[in-house]
Design a protein around this ligand. Structure first.
Ligand code: NDP
Length: 331
C-alpha cells in the first residue's frame, strides 16, 4: 500500500509526547466518508497544544494534529463530494479528537467540509485558515449588532497574531479605523501594512483598574486576549457597542470586569466559536473572506513551512512568538 508523510505525535509510558514526520498508509487513517489529498494546512494556537502536550484536547495516541486543511477530494462515499472537488476543512475537533491535516492525506466526514470558495486557491484558503474564518465570523457578528465604518476606532487585541492579523486587514479594507493592540513593538510596520491606523501598546490595557467606566473610546472590538485586557476594554467601549470575544491568549478568566459597561452603556459581549459553526454561516463567512480580504495584504502576513518545521513552531506559537499566518505545505 502507498505510503505518505504525516506528522505523528506519540506518547511514551511516562506520559511524555514527541512529534516526528513518519510514513503512514490509508489503512492507518480513521474511518469516515471522504478521503482528501491534503495540499496545505496551517498552524494555530490549538495546533501548538496538540503538537506538544495535547493540552487536554487529544483523545488518544498516536495522533495526527492539524485543525484545518485544504485539498482535493480523492474518494467519497457521500453524494455531496466527488473526486477532484476542492475542499476546505476547519473545526469539528479535527486535529484534536480526530486525525487532522498534518498529513498528505486525511479522511473526514462530508458534513465537516465546505467547498473551496470561488476566488481562493487552496494555499490562500489556508493562509486564511481557522484564524481568518474566526476573524470574519467576529466581523460579521459586530456588523449584525450595527457596527459601520465611521462610528469610531475598532480595537483588535493580539493584533500581530493569526486571528488579529486577519481581523486587522478585513476591518481596514471595509473602511474601519483600526487600533491594533500588540505586545511586540517591532510588529508596528507590519500592522500598519495590514491597515492599522493606530498602535496601542499591550501595557496600556492589561492593568486591572477599579474604575467602573473609562472614557468611551472604541466603536467595536475583536478580542483574542481575554484576561485583564478584556475586563479593561469593556469599560472603554462606546455606548451600545459590541466586543466579539474570540480567544484567551492572555488568560481564560475575565479579570477586573464589572457589570457597569453592560447596564450603564448597553455594551454587548459576543461569543465567537468557529469549531461547531453551522454550515450556512461557514459558507457565508468564506464568501465574505473571498470578497473582503485583500489577497495582496493576505500575502504579506504569510510564511510557508514544511511538516518537519512544525514541532519547533508549535512551541513558538504557545509562547506568542508567531507573527501573522503560517501555511504548511504538506507535500
Ligand atoms: P496567535 O498566537 O497567533 O495570536 C495570539 C496573540 O495574542 C499573540 O500573537 C499576541 O499578540 C497576543 N498575546 C499572546 N499572549 C498574550 C498575553 N499573555 N497577553 C496579551 N496578549 C497576548 O494565536 P491565534 O491568533 O491563532 O489565536 C488567538 C486566540 O484565539 C487563541 O486563544 C486561540 O485559542 C483562539 N481561537 C479561537 C477560535 C474560536 O473559534 N473562538 C478560533 C481560533 C483561535 P501581540 O504579540 O500582537 O500582542
Amino acid at each position: 500500500m502507498t505510503k505518505f508523510n504525516a506528522l505523528v505525535v506519540d506518547k511514551d509510558d511516562d506520559g511524555r509526547t514527541s512529534a516526528a514526520v513518519k510514513k503512514i498508509t490509508l489503512a492507518d487513517l480513521p474511518k469516515a466518508d471522504v478521503t482528501v489529498a491534503v495540499e496545505y494546512s496551517t498552524i494555530n494556537y490549538k495546533d501548538g497544544l496538540c503538537i506538544g502536550s495535547g493540552g487536554g484536547l487529544v483523545r488518544s495516541y498516536p495522533h495526527v494534529p492539524g485543525i484545518d486543511f485544504a485539498g482535493t477530494v480523492e474518494a467519497s462515499e457521500d453524494a455531496r463530494y466527488k473526486p477532484g472537488d476542492k475542499v476546505v476543512l476547519t473545526g469539528w475537533r479535527v486535529g484534536e479528537a480526530h486525525w487532522g491535516g498534518y498529513a498528505q492525506k486525511a479522511r473526514v466526514r462530508a458534513d465537516w467540509l465546505v467547498p473551496l470558495p470561488d476566488g481562493l486557491n487552496t494555499r490562500q484558503a489556508m493562509a486564511v485558515g481557522t484564524a481568518g474564518l474566526t476573524a470574519m465570523l467576529a466581523v460579521m457578528a459586530l456588523e449584525d449588532q450595527g457596527l459601520k465604518p465611521g462610528q469610531g476606532p475598532v480595537l483588535v487585541t493580539g493584533a500581530a497574531g493569526g486571528v488579529g492579523s486577519v481581523a486587522t486587514a478585513i476591518l481596514a479594507h471595509l473602511g474601519h479605523e483600526v487600533a491594533a493592540v500588540t505586545g511586540r513593538p517591532d510588529t508596528g510596520d507590519y500592522l500598519r501594512s495590514l491597515g492599522a491606523s493606530r498602535l496601542v501598546p499591550r501595557q496600556d490595557l492589561i492593568e486591572v483598574t477599579r474604575k467602573p467606566l473609562e472614557a468611551e473610546t472604541w466603536a467595536g472590538c475583536i478580542d483574542a486576549v481575554a484576561g485583564s485586557m478584556l475586563g479593561r476594554v469593556l469599560k472603554q467601549m462606546k455606548y451600545g457597542s459590541s466586543v466579539a470575544a474570540i480567544g484567551l491568549a492572555g488568560g481564560a478568566a475575565l479579570e477586573g470586569a464589572l457589570i457597569t459597561p453592560f447596564i450603564l452603556r448597553g455594551v454587548n459581549l459576543l461569543g465567537i466559536d468557529s469549531v461547531m459553526q453551522p454550515y450556512e454561516n461557514r459558507r457565508r463567512a468564506w464568501d465574505r473572506i473571498a470578497s473582503d480580504l485583500p489577497l495582496d495584504r493576505l500575502e504579506t502576513m504569510v510564511r510557508t513551512v514544511k511538516l518537519e518545521d512544525l514541532p519547533a513552531l508549535g512551541a513558538d506559537i504557545l509562547k506568542g512568538q508567531v507573527k501573522g499566518r503560517i501555511v504548511v505545505d504538506v507535500n
